[in-house]
Ligand binder design. Structure first.
Ligand code: FAD
Length: 424
């Protein structure tokens, strides 16, 4: 039986799994071509900010954790951050935050704390620093994930991962010995025998009392976490042979045994796709902030095509369903949602592995940009236009590519699983 091939409606989205699969069969290649253009491969990021929440001294000494940075002089002028673009004026909305946002002057409308692009940071060629297994794990990594999930607490109510469906009888059982010939690096976790049936169990989204907005918040972070896990398992280092190869056992224990995690990856996909469809077209220069522009005609043409494709897809997510009450609670909820997401962007400075920090920051920035495109229309600039800075656009496209690549990797794991079954 196929594993990880969910069917039917994706919860809290406007489309089904099959639609996403069809879309991704074309969309992936477009994103893959686009992210390789010079405009989208250079990302300026500050990897050296101190963790404001705790003393982070669990620095990962593995070579795989290091990031190869680019000398500014190696980055073609047109792809550098434009000084002009960073001249921003404080608007009436800029406020001094309190609590964990303390000492930060930032716009209440932002979903992320953006690094000061001009003064700080290094240029990274993303193609030279792929997100993959680094060996970063243990208390430091756990603490970061735990803090991220703590942000998923609104009004003192925390939304937690639903309990895994119990391994029970039924059709589609797999034989535990089935994977014994593959790499033992990750070890099989318990409950494996119920794998296939649990994958087909109805997905429980946890506490049904939670409102849509809070469920969405949880899905976003759980989907990101799952997507990172998929990349780790897909680009995994077998320490015994020194070879990089997909690790099926890793995938099974981290993803396949938790169908709701996979559902949340699909959820992030529909959210990002919807956000891409809301970008302006090239005539408006993609609503980039004053001073920022895309000079590369190839990147412009490809981004244009990508946006058109995204627009021609069936609607994958209906953002109008969120924060739609015309009352104070709805407004407050939106502010709270933003602030919690901003906190997550700050928590990224606590990741004790440079490579993980790079991709963590980029993906959180990319999803934050998507949220901005979806939820900052009202009261924004001209006709609700949302202006982005260069790094936000680069992060958005690369984050979308990461999620799209996760779905590709899932296909590959399905095939691997089937091949193992056929051999037996
Ligand atoms: P973890 O993935 O650390 O998960 C901790 C706990 O969270 C689990 O026990 C489970 O209860 C819960 N959980 C797990 N997944 C989900 C989910 N999808 N939804 C809800 N709950 C969940 N390592 C690399 O090798 N390469 C990287 O590029 C990399 N990037 C990282 C980026 C960030 C921002 C962070 C915080 C960590 C990163 N790591 C990376 C480390 C990696 O994510 C794991 O923490 C590490 O591999 C240890 O995994 P684990 O099995 O202990 O569980």
């Amino acid at each position: 039986e196929p594993i990880c091939r969910p069917t039917g409606q994706i919860e809290d989205a406007s489309c089904d799994y099959e639609t996403v699969e069809t879309i991704n069969s074309q969309f992936f290649d477009r994103l893959d071509t686009l992210r390789k253009t010079d405009f989208f491969k250079f990302y300026k990021v500050n990897l050296f900010k101190e963790c404001p929440f705790w003393n982070e001294n669990g620095f990962c000494m593995n070579r795989a954790c290091s990031v190869e940075t680019e000398e500014e002089s190696n980055v073609p002028e047109e792809f550098r951050v434009n000084r002009l673009s960073s001249v921003t004026t404080a608007s009436a909305e800029d406020v001094v935050m309190t609590g964990s946002d303390a000492s930060c002057t930032c716009s209440q409308d932002e979903f992320c704390h953006l690094d000061d692009e001009v003064e700080e940071g290094v240029y990274v060629d993303l193609l030279k620093n792929p997100e993959r297994f680094t060996g970063y794990a243990g208390p430091s990594a756990n603490r970061v994930w735990k803090s991220i999930y703590e942000e998923n607490c609104f009004n003192g109510v925390k939304f937690v991962e639903p309990a895994r469906p119990a391994a029970s009888g039924g059709t589609g059982f797999v034989d535990k010995s089935m994977l014994q010939s593959s790499s033992p690096a990750m070890g099989l976790s318990s409950g494996f025998s119920g794998l296939v049936s649990s994958l087909q169990a109805p997905l429980d989204s946890g506490d049904s009392e939670q409102c849509l907005e809070k469920r969405v918040f949880y899905r976003i972070i759980s989907g990101l976490h799952a997507s990172i896990s998929i990349h780790i398992c897909h680009d995994f280092l077998d320490t015994k042979t020194g070879e990089w190869a997909p690790n099926l056992e890793c995938f099974i224990s981290r993803i396949a045994e938790h169908p709701e995690r996979l559902q949340n990856v699909y959820f992030d996909y529909v959210l990002l796709l919807r956000a891409l469809s809301r970008l302006g077209d090239s005539k408006q220069n993609f609503s980039l902030r004053k001073g920022d522009s895309i000079e590369d005609p190839l990147a412009v043409a490809q981004l244009d095509q990508l946006i058109q494709d995204a627009r021609s897809c069936p609607t994958t997510f209906d953002e109008a369903q969120m924060f739609n009450g015309q009352n104070r609670e709805s407004l407050e909820l939106k502010q709270e949602f933003r602030q919690h997401f901003r906190n997550i962007s700050t928590i990224m400075d606590c990741v004790g592995c440079d490579k993980c920090r790079l991709w963590g920051k980029l993906q959180v920035n990319g999803i934050g940009t998507a949220l901005k495109l979806l939820f900052n229309r009202n009261g924004g600039g001209e006709e609700g236009e949302v202006r982005l800075q260069k790094s936000e656009l680069v992060a958005l496209v690369n984050a979308a590519h990461r999620i799209a690549e996760s779905l590709r990797a899932v296909e590959r794991f399905r095939d691997m699983y089937q091949a193992v079954g056929e051999k037996k």
